[in-house]
Design a protein around this ligand. Structure first.
Ligand SMILES: [Zn+2]
Length: 444
């Protein structure tokens, strides 16, 4: 039985050497390591004594859209942390820019429901600088693993998970950032049910000018918003809300809401539930997609079917779900407004009573924060991207950026080539094409 807020782990981490999730298939032969993959950079800081730690072996955790994640020990304090390798960064200008954007975002985020960079490993001399390694907090599981596990999920779990997803998303959207790949596997969960949004490989800053086209390399198909499926050239942060609606329904029903084999079938499943959209709701869609909808039979909405998802699909739950699963993005609820829905009151109370870091307990009771769902000000600034023009130039800028991040008191970390896990870590590559988000349909 799982209980949000208790210290006891709900989702025990796998035995050392046993890789959970997609990484289980990876040919990583991790032997009992005698030294961590990561070591403190003592050459420049010889006043810090070498630490001898009895540590678990390093092991792979999984793959993001762009990068491989390992669980390693921080030799400075013995804590287990996640180490993400961003490989092939400097192949071309597009990949350089994407990685630099993700790196800047990870260093910008300061929110308990959004994964951020704890550290970046010391880069070598610029002539040998090919890969970037980011240290983040280690999380034991993710929502995908939890949903497909036999663990029971009470309505308290669903509420506290949904509350945290929306709390993180409100923060991201306030920063002007669209995540674009919200899916259960990108929602990390630790043993106390604290949830963090991760993987910003596809995230970008929202484009407020509707005449500017945005790329369509977004979101795993099952969680795609209809405007993406219909080839909209311009979309808003409402695409993330649609993904959250799909995940909310998946938490209730323990199965994927719209599990289609192709983007066209995906769109058909959405219209089966929501009914045929009006022309107004399809105004940003491309002509081919509109023609597909208009050619088909006229469908009535069948939203009451959401009550059959589970016994936890109460009137309040379905009411909120129906505000997220709205065809017209301009009529879809925002993260901020969703957080004001009465369905989330219990999740908020539970989170701030025993899970958050923003409130604290005293001998006379709990002292609550003045702002339960904070936003960020100023927004994330992506104007730096405009002046990036060559791989060599971006490489120098990233190199400098990483060195600037390390002007703290802590000893810089670097990769330990003597580590037993080093070889398999260094040879682990980015996700295979089949694991990448599929390309959107090109409508005729
Ligand atoms: Zn709090």
């Amino acid at each position: 039985m799982l209980n949000p807020g208790q210290r006891q782990p709900y989702f025990p981490s796998p035995a050392p050497g046993q890789a959970p999730g997609p990484a289980a298939a990876a040919p990583a032969q991790v032997q009992a390591a005698t030294a961590a993959t990561v070591k403190a950079h003592h050459d420049q800081h010889s006043h810090h004594p070498q630490q001898q730690l009895d540590i678990e072996p390093d092991r792979p955790i999984g793959y993001g859209a762009f990068g491989v994640v390992w669980s390693v020990t921080d030799p400075r304090d013995g804590k287990r942390v996640a180490l993400k390798k961003m490989p092939n960064v400097f192949q071309n200008l597009v990949s350089c820019k994407r990685v630099f954007r993700e790196l800047k975002m990870l260093c910008f985020f300061k929110h308990d429901n959004v994964l951020s960079a704890l550290d970046i490993l010391q880069p070598p001399h610029i002539d040998y600088f090919e890969e970037i390694y980011v240290v983040t907090e280690l999380m034991q599981s993710d929502l995908h693993k939890i949903i497909v596990s036999p663990q029971p999920l009470s309505s308290d779990h669903v509420k506290v998970f949904l509350y945290q997803i929306l709390r993180g998303l409100k923060y991201l959207h306030s920063a002007g950032i669209l995540h674009r790949d919200i899916k259960p596997g990108n929602l990390l969960v630790n043993s106390n049910c604290v949830l963090k949004i991760c993987d910003f490989g596809l995230a970008r800053v929202e484009e407020l000018d509707e005449s500017r086209h945005m790329t369509q390399e977004v979101v795993t198909q099952y969680y795609w918003a209809p405007e993406i499926l219909m080839g909209s050239r311009h979309y808003s942060n409402a695409i993330d809300i649609c993904s959250v609606g799909c995940i909310f329904a998946e938490l209730l029903g323990r199965r994927i809401l719209f599990q289609a084999q192709s983007p066209i079938q995906q769109l058909d499943l959405i219209t089966d539930l929501l009914g045929t959209p009006s022309l107004e709701a399809m105004r940003t869609a491309c002509e081919g997609a509109k023609a597909h909808i208009l050619r088909g039979p006229h469908k009535q909405p069948s939203l009451p079917v959401l009550y059959t998802l589970s016994s936890q699909a109460t009137h309040e739950a379905v009411h909120l779900l129906c505000r997220m699963l709205v065809f017209d993005p301009s009529k879809r609820i925002s993260a901020k407004d969703a957080l004001a829905h009465p369905y989330l009151d219990e999740g908020r109370l539970r989170y701030h009573t025993c899970m958050c870091k923003c409130c604290f307990s005293t001998s006379t009771g709990r002292v609550y924060t003045s702002d339960f769902e904070p936003v960020t000000n100023p927004k994330f600034d992506d104007t730096f991207e405009k002046n990036l023009s060559s791989v060599r130039q971006v490489k120098e800028i990233i190199h400098q950026f990483i060195l600037e991040q390390q002007k703290g008191n802590r000893v810089p970390l670097c990769i330990n080539p003597q580590s037993a896990a080093f070889k398999s870590f260094i040879s682990s590559t980015v996700a295979q094409p089949s694991e990448m988000p599929p390309s959107p349909l090109v409508w005729e």
